[in-house]
Design a protein around this ligand. Structure first.
Ligand code: GLA
Length: 748
């Protein structure tokens, strides 16, 4: 049973396969957090907490004179609130009618539901009724009447507990939420390390690990979307935890807008973690009877290191976040014309690329930016979602039909949230641009943002895109958004409600995506935010893959993909082979290395085939055949980080079949040294007793002339799963700079 309730003592214990979570409503009706960690029994853990005199922290009036050990400032609470004696970072700050920002929450009841709750208008983990359970705990402020419902979804098998919050104002006076987080987690003990992912355009997802120190540390975004700068995903782990050892917690915010994840180590050396919508741009008025749902957080715990945190999230995102036809299906191998042509193309050129791509085994041609309106560069025409027939030399339908007649699927790039000053849409609807009255909003990539918080704008865009795509053989849509949002203001909101804009924008985006994915269930949607600027679990609910970064350099991609792998499955990221010298870095890497790195994602190409030599074309054919052969393993296997691109010489990752019958190990020498020390790979996820044969994959066999391969690769040489796990094998040496190897391991 996933939910154990001790009614007499009002203890709520949530059990997953390997973790336990516990709360208790105490005698004051405060909902305490008593435990989250390694699986244990359902006995009352709050009894193990120590209470000393906290007179200087403050004590609630009802109990202050009787018991000075009872303080909101030191109790581990399930959902903290502002203004009544808890001085730590807070999950809820509410402005009452009298202007005070004082609230207190007291437990009033619970409810258990079969299956996993859903959230209207917001992405959320979903599951069959026999895969998940829901617990709802009800809290209320006895003075203002404000009601807070804490939702818990328990997915036992993948060790996931989700949290979401619904806040309702049953009273007659307006209440204004100034901060309303989705999750508060108080750790009674804990010297933690905190892993987060920072970046910038073209260089997202950099791994960072620091100690949680006294004070407050945070990652977040006030950029309208989850951002290139910080990802809405963090890990807390005990000192010394690594990929395979130690207690770790993962927190992934299922939301694509502004967020704040903050941690405070307090005066008593305890850590509080809070995750939710960023409060800086947020305030939300709840009038009589209004409710607001706050977005979901996925939490997972592992006692066996960070690798398991990643695998739990990979499985959950693959199976319980991504939806639709493409969730488990092999994605088509695509070619995108962006780095091949940028804006400089004609319909004929595109057809030529598609034709040549077909001969190599590529399956889908994606037409990128520049096909609509008067779009010759990034300075104009965003919003004019009408094909430029002069440039294409035909209608969109004709182009799509000519490409599909070649045996290729056809895809199209859109950036519906963008609007150019020089566009017909702006000329006819200047009020649809996000911007404060009387001010010219800041430009970014020469463009503005359409006010997706407005229902009329959402409806217009749904209709425009439906009309555009209807009756045309389109199999793929890349949904881009190339700028952050500032100058936040919507003409549709009262001045007192402008704090609702950023969240309403995201709700609007989700509504549009929901309608379009519903209307076109066959189309594979790929999200994109100028690369990885909106790379989050929220978007993955609508688009099962996201373009990972505008950097296609294989070596830089190693660290971007390494960072992303901590929280997101291989199936979540689009990854392409591009030309050398690389357009972003000027680096030259072997085609085989570019192929190997791109195969750690949803594989494709982004180059001008007419500029390739016959040998390169032959090699691409081989890569494609290989990807097709291993695609199921790559897309649905268990992912292991073996060594990091941030240290040493060689980045290694492994994808193992869940049954342990096979694995694909990829190794890329990101640094080459003379007389190198051997790179040893300890393989995980195999069966101890089975014997395995190692081989270089077909595309690499000829790259190893006249050299001795390490043990395990020779005919008849086998290694047991136990030996591969404990001792490992040695990666063949690098013959040249940035050498890669793909190694297939198969049970005999
Ligand atoms: C963004 C995307 C690129 C490309 C361009 C087109 O930068 O990330 O892949 O589509 O826009 O303008």
């Amino acid at each position: 049973m996933a939910i154990i309730i001790d009614d007499q003592h009002r203890i709520f214990t949530l059990q997953t396969k390997n973790s336990t979570y516990q709360m208790k409503a105490d005698a004051q009706n405060v909902l305490l957090h008593s435990y989250y960690g390694e699986k244990t029994d359902s006995s009352d853990k709050s009894l193990l907490y120590w209470r000393a005199d906290r007179g200087f922290s403050g004590n609630p009036y009802e109990i202050g004179k009787l018991d000075r050990t009872y303080s909101m400032d030191s109790l581990a609470q399930e959902y903290s609130c502002f203004g009544t004696g808890d001085y730590r970072i807070t999950s809820l700050r509410v402005q009452n009618k009298d202007g005070s920002q004082v609230s207190q929450l007291r437990y009033v009841g619970y409810e258990v539901q079969e299956g996993k709750y859903a959230i209207p208008g917001l992405p959320a983990v979903y599951a069959q009724n026999d895969e998940a359970d829901t617990l709802i705990l009800r809290l209320a402020d006895p003075y203002s009447g404000l009601e807070v419902e804490l939702y818990y979804g328990i997915l036992t098998e993948t060790d996931i507990i989700t949290r979401a919050v619904k806040i309702t104002n049953p009273g007659t006076d307006d209440l204004v939420l100034q901060k309303a987080a989705s999750m508060n987690l108080d750790f009674e003990y804990g010297d933690f390390q905190w892993i987060s992912f920072y970046g910038r355009h073209s260089m997202e997802m950099n791994f960072q690990k620091e100690h949680i120190h006294h004070g407050i540390q945070s990652v977040g975004s006030v950029r309208g979307s989850s951002s290139h700068q910080y990802n809405p995903f963090v890990i807390l782990c005990e000192d010394g935890a690594n990929e395979t050892m130690g207690s770790c917690y993962g927190f992934s915010f299922v939301y694509s807008g502004e967020f704040l994840i903050e941690a405070e180590k307090d005066q008593l050396d305890r850590t509080r973690l809070i995750c939710g919508i960023h409060p800086d741009n947020f305030s939300w008025t709840l009038s009589h009877g209004d409710s607001l749902w706050l977005p979901e957080v996925m939490m997972t715990y592992s006692g066996n290191g960070i690798g398991t945190i990643s695998q739990n999230l990979h499985k959950t995102i693959r199976e319980h976040v991504c939806r639709g036809k493409w969730k488990n299906k092999r994605r088509p191998i695509l070619i995108n014309n962006w780095e091949a042509t940028y804006f400089n193309f004609t319909g004929e050129k595109l057809i030529e690329i598609a034709k040549q791509a077909k001969t190599l085994g590529i399956e889908l041609f994606a037409m990128d930016d520049g096909w609509f309106g008067n779009r010759q560069n990034d300075d104009a025409a965003l919003g004019d979602w009408f094909p430029n027939e002069e440039k294409l030399g035909c209608t969109l339908k004709e182009l799509a039909e000519r490409i599909t007649a070649e045996g290729m699927q056809f895809g199209i790039w859109l950036e519906p949230e963008g609007i150019s000053e020089d566009s017909d849409l702006y000329r006819s609807h200047p009020d649809w641009v996000v911007g404060a009255p009387g001010r010219k909003p800041c430009l970014s990539r020469c463009q503005w943002i359409l006010d997706f918080s407005r229902t009329d704008v959402q409806d217009y865009m749904i209709e425009r895109i439906c009309n555009l795509l209807d009756g045309i053989p389109v199999s793929f849509v890349k949904w881009d958004c190339n700028r952050a949002i500032c100058d936040k203001y919507s003409g549709m909101l009262d001045s007192s409600r402008q704090g609702e804009f950023a969240h309403r924008y995201v709700l609007g985006l989700y509504r549009v995506l929901e309608k379009l994915t519903e209307k076109f269930p066959e189309i594979l949607f790929e999200g994109c935010g100028g690369g990885g600027g909106r790379f989050d679990a929220g978007m993955l609910y609508y688009t099962p893959q996201l373009w990972g970064s505008d950097t296609t350099d294989a070596i830089e991609r190693l660290s971007i993909q390494y960072g992303a792998s901590f929280g997101y499955p291989v199936s979540a990221m689009g990854t392409h082979v591009s030309m050398v010298p690389n357009h972003q870095t000027g680096r030259v890497t072997p085609l085989s290395t570019r192929g190997c790195v791109a195969m750690a994602g949803m594989f494709g190409y982004e180059l001008d085939i007419s500029k390739l030599s016959a040998e390169e074309k032959a090699e691409i054919k081989e890569q494609i055949a290989l990807y097709k052969k291993y695609s199921d393993l790559i897309q649905n296997g268990d992912y292991y980080r073996i060594s990091s691109p941030l240290e040493g010489m060689c980045t290694v990752w492994e994808i193992a079949h869940p049954s342990g019958k096979e694995a694909l190990v990829s190794a890329v020498y990101h640094h080459v040294q003379a007389n190198p020390a051997p790179i040893r790979v300890k393989v995980q996820g195999l069966n101890d007793e089975a014997s395995y044969q190692l081989s270089l994959t077909e595309n690499f066999k000829e790259n190893y002339p006249n050299r001795r391969l390490p043990y395990g690769f020779g005919a008849g040489e086998t290694i047991t799963g136990a030996a591969l796990k404990q001792v490992g094998f040695v990666v063949p040496e690098a013959a040249n700079g940035f050498q890669a190897w793909q190694i297939y391991i198969c049970a005999k």
